[in-house]
Structure formats: C-alpha cells, structure tokens
Design a protein around this ligand. Structure first.
Ligand SMILES: C[S@@+](CC[C@H](N)C(=O)[O-])C[C@H]1O[C@@H](n2cnc3c(N)ncnc32)[C@H](O)[C@@H]1O
Length: 206
C-alpha cells in the first residue's frame, strides 16, 4: 500500500517535471482505440469546442487561402466541419487511432483525405502550406522534435498552427520550448463557458 502511494507520488512528480521541461506524455498502447470506442472524445463535437476549431479554420483561410493542409492527430476530422471546402486545395488528416479515422471517413471527399498512421512516422512527398496540430502536441514525448520532423514537409513560407488546452500548467513548458525555436506570428486565447482555456498559435519557421 505505502509502496503504491510512493510510486504514484513519484510518477506524478516525474510527469510534472517532465512537462515543465517541455516534454509531452504519450499514451499507452490501445488507449486511443479504447477511448474512441467508449465515446470518451464525443465531447470534442460539443458547442463549447467551437471556438478553437473556428479560430484554427480562420487562421487557415486568412493566412493560407486555397492552401494544402496537413493535420496531425486529426481524430474524427472535426476541423473539416469548420473549414470552407472551396477555400483549400487539399487536406490530409492523420491519426494513430483506427477507430477515429473510421469515423473521420464520413467527412472524406476527393480533396479531404484521412490516413491511419503514427504521427512520428508519417512520410510523404507532399509539401504543405500549413500543418495543424490541434490538442495533440502534448501526446508526443518530444513535441519540439515532432515539429522539427514536420518542418521538412512545410513549403518555404509554411506555417504551424497549433492549439493546446491549458490543463493546469501542462502545456506551458511545451510552448516555452517550442517558442525557443519557432517564432509566434499570431496567437489567440479562447475561453469557453466552462472556463476552459485554449491557446491557439501560428508559428513560423524563420
Ligand atoms: C484530444 S484528441 C484531439 C483530436 C482532434 N485534433 C480534435 O481536436 O478534435 C488527440 C488526438 O491525437 C491522436 N494522437 C495521439 N498520439 C498520436 C500519435 N503519436 N500520432 C498520431 N495521432 C496521435 C489521438 O488518436 C487523438 O485523435
């Protein structure tokens, strides 16, 4: 019993320190399949999430009208509901969860494509005007390294458009680390009715 408490406390402390240093925490195998199956993420469709999707879509259309878009960790493809179909050339959404991608397929069309793949291993010959990572960056062990990996898939003046929920201090270390390399071109804070705070930022590579 005492051993378990000490172990749990240690794990909590380690995670806190880890996040403060700008690292994320990946989820155990099967977590995403199980939670999507159980409907844990259905709330992402609720009205109180509209603010962050709207600002992300707004950034895309204002900064990269008619652009080629990649979303890493697209889940069920909910962002596409806020995108204007006539105002992007192509959208590719990727996600580690088969279950989520199955649900996303109902939103696919000739220029809106969903792929089930691990984000850290995605490879493509395509180049994108914007790469979006919405409520997902903190699920990678090394968020900065992930952005550096994806940078090669951006066009010369391409952008990262990222949102992270302010779950306590959780994402602050990640923003700090990421912003030591990438410049913030614009940022918006969304606060919904439940007082949940989301930071939405556009990052440029030079
Ligand atoms: C909180 S959900 C957000 C989903 C979507 N972006 C939204 O806002 O509705 C996080 C998503 O990240 C995906 N994810 C987590 N780790 C991933 C990885 N290593 N590669 C690709 N997707 C990942 C999960 O499957 C999940 O769909």
């Amino acid at each position: 019993m005492i051993k378990t408490i000490i172990h749990n406390q240690y794990k909590k402390y380690k995670t806190k320190l880890w996040l403060k240093l700008g690292y994320g925490v990946s989820s155990p195998d099967g977590y995403w399949e199980n939670t999507y199956r159980q409907g844990k993420w259905s709330y992402l469709k609720y009205l109180d999430q509209l603010g962050r999707f709207s600002i992300m879509a707004g950034y895309v259309h204002r900064l990269k009208p008619g652009g080629t878009l990649l979303e890493v960790g697209c889940g069920e493809g909910l962002l596409t509901e806020s995108l204007n179909k006539d105002n992007y050339f192509k959208y590719i959404g990727i996600d580690i969860s088969k279950e989520a991608i199955q649900k996303a397929y109902s939103r696919a069309d000739e220029k809106t494509i969903f792929l089930n793949t691990e984000g850290a291993e995605f490879v493509t010959k395509e180049r994108f005007d914007a790469i979006l990572i919405i409520e997902t960056l903190y699920y990678f062990n090394n968020p900065l390294q992930i952005l550096q990996y994806y940078e090669k898939f951006l066009n010369d003046d391409g952008l990262f458009i990222i949102s992270m929920y302010r779950h306590g201090k959780r994402p602050l270390g990640i923003w700090k680390k990421v912003e030591s390399v990438y410049k913030v071109f614009d940022s918006t804070v969304i606060i919904n009715k439940k007082k949940h705070i989301f930071d939405c930022k556009v990052l440029i590579t030079h």
